[in-house]
Design a protein around this ligand. Structure first.
Ligand code: GLU
Length: 305
């Protein structure tokens, strides 16, 4: 695995010095207090090679990356019936758009736009005894890191200005596709998005999606093989906002980004790689994160295509 290490080191140094024209996600006030020079990368392979560089041990707000984890829990609890409540198509609109919900009668296009993640939050609220605690235990259980936490600073900062997510939740509720009180659903959703991790935590945690739904080390199935394949398929088609096509074109891996500047990408049966750099392009994806992954899969020729 010397080669992977060398490619990561060389690519990291090259991308670190690019002129990053991106901007921080200031619509959540607390996210604009992050040091925009941070840049970390961590890879974990299914045959146990782990390597990180830069700020890979600094925690950050994973934001929408958590939507993959809430989907995983809902899918593992309820199976295919979740697709009665939401779709599996790319939206072609921004992640927080209200437009399609009206014509789609409150059925979100997919689980990774905000409306879809809000419906998944509602499903979890209806099916878990202590939703916030149970979800956190689920995530800690997969990662083996009992120190993973929500950030109350981030969640209250988002809650204070979460008018658009409130509008989304109320609109879906008006179509009968939210069972619980919107304020409770949103409270759970904002906490979910506030989860903090570093690149090492992220790449290790997501290994189950490179490993056919099994926890790393092979013991403990989190999803069936088919469910794991389907979540990877959704990440490939819907994981990068309205830039999922471009990510597939340039990087060629399923993955998910968040407005905290993190990206997790997965090569099924091989590896996971997490990248964090807070400045975002106009579509909401980390500029350096995308650039790093494009160079990485090009140099290693390790993409799924
Ligand atoms: N909490 C963010 C929101 O709802 C998540 C957005 C993201 O990372 O895509 O706006």
């Amino acid at each position: 695995m010397v080669e992977l290490k060398t490619v990561i080191e060389e690519t990291y140094l090259k991308v670190k010095n690019i002129d990053d024209k991106g901007e921080l996600a200031s619509y959540i006030p607390e996210l604009s207090n992050v040091d925009f020079n941070k840049f970390g990368v961590h890879i974990s392979t299914i045959d146990n090679f782990n390597f990180g560089i830069g700020d890979c041990y600094d925690k950050f707000s994973i934001q929408s990356i958590a939507k993959v984890l809430s989907l995983t829990l809902a899918y593992s609890l309820l199976g295919e019936q979740i697709w009665e409540r939401l779709g599996i198509e790319p939206s072609g609109t921004s992640f927080n758009s209200l437009v399609q919900l009206e014509s789609d009668k409150g059925i979100p296009r997919n689980p990774f736009v905000n409306s879809g993640a809000i419906v998944i939050s509602d499903i979890l609220l209806s099916n878990l005894e202590n939703p916030k605690e149970d979800f956190l235990s689920f995530v800690r259980g997969i990662s083996g890191n009992s120190g993973l936490k929500y950030s109350s600073k981030i969640s209250s900062s988002e809650k204070a200005v979460g008018y658009r997510n409130t509008a989304l939740c109320n609109l879906i509720k008006s179509f009968g596709n939210i069972e619980n009180e919107p304020s409770d659903v949103l409270d759970f959703y904002f906490d979910l998005c506030s989860l903090e991790m570093n690149c090492k935590d992220l790449s290790e945690l997501f290994l189950f999606l490179a490993n056919n739904g099994y926890k790393s080390g092979g013991n403990g199935s989190i999803l069936t093989k088919s469910q794991s394949k389907r979540i990877n398929a959704l990440m490939q088609t819907c994981g990068f906002y309205d830039e999922s096509g471009e990510f597939a074109f340039k990087v060629g891996l399923p993955g998910k980004s968040g407005v905290g500047g993190g990206i997790i990408a997965i090569h099924p049966n091989k590896y996971t790689i997490a990248v964090w750099s807070p400045k975002l392009n106009e579509k909401g994806n980390s500029c350096k994160g995308m650039r790093f992954l494009e160079e990485f899969t090009t140099k290693t020729e390790l993409s799924i295509f």
